[in-house]
Design a protein around this ligand. Sequence first.
Ligand code: THU
Length: 160
Amino acid sequence: MKKTQITASATIYNTLSELPKEDILLMNKAIEARKKAYAPYSKFYVGAALLLENGEVVIGNNQENAAYPSGMCAERVAVWHAGASFPGVKIKKLAISASSTLKTVDQPIGPCGACRQALSEYEIHQKTPFKVLFMGEIGNVVLVDSLTSLLPYSFDSSYL
Ligand code: THU
């Protein structure tokens, strides 16, 4: 038997204004996207913005459906939007913001497990880690340097 240690490191900023300008601009794109989310059922609005290595910013937001499981999270809408519009172009950074009309979302909202798996596919494929920044509507912002900090032991194509 052997014990191993899994390390997940993150940087936590007190507020968005503490971040470098490029990150603030990207988060502002996620906030803009969040405001256009279609979330009439949960009232929980999520926006995501991806910065690609060619300088393009691709956005996504959650799209709900009366048949609940047919809806989709902001992060997967964004990453598939990038895959559809700019196939093969590497992702540098992803910013995520969440809000709700039912309460103030004042804590960082990380991507759900299924989104982590979907995002990790792209990180592995591009062979370069990308940063993920996430926050609520206000408050702390979490920054991780790679999907591996969000999803250790992810499933990947090498298992197939
Ligand atoms: N949601 C996202 O867009 N991203 C996540 O990572 C977690 C949840 C959306 C899905 C649904 O429309 C709403 O938030 C409530 O779960």
